[in-house]
Design a protein around this ligand. Structure first.
Ligand code: SF4
Ligand code: SF4
Length: 62
C-alpha cells in the first residue's frame, strides 16, 4: 500500500490534486485543505505530485 501525505502548511487548497487524480484519492476537507480519503485505489501514476503547485504532496512511489 502506498503512503501519501499532505503538508497542510504548504497546501493552499487549490483543488488541483482532486481534479488531477484518476482514482479519487483526494477530497477537500472543511478547512479547505486536501485530504487523502482513498489511498487504496491509488494507481501510482504520480500525476498529483507533479501537478501540485506547492510541492505539498509526499508519495511513497513518486
Ligand atoms: S494540489 Fe497541492 S496545494 Fe493544491 S489542494 Fe492539492 S495538495 Fe493542496
Ligand atoms: S499517484 Fe496518481 S492515482 Fe495515486 S494519488 Fe496521485 S494522482 Fe492519484
Amino acid at each position: 500500500m502506498v503512503d501519501i501525505s499532505i503538508d497542510l502548511d504548504a497546501c493552499v487548497g487549490c483543488g488541483t490534486c482532486v481534479d488531477t487524480c484518476p482514482s479519487s484519492v483526494y477530497e477537500m476537507n472543511d478547512e479547505g485543505k486536501s485530504t487523502v480519503v482513498n489511498a487504496d485505489d491509488c494507481v501510482e501514476c504520480c500525476a498529483c505530485v507533479e501537478a501540485c503547485p506547492e510541492g505539498a504532496i509526499s508519495h511513497s512511489s513518486c
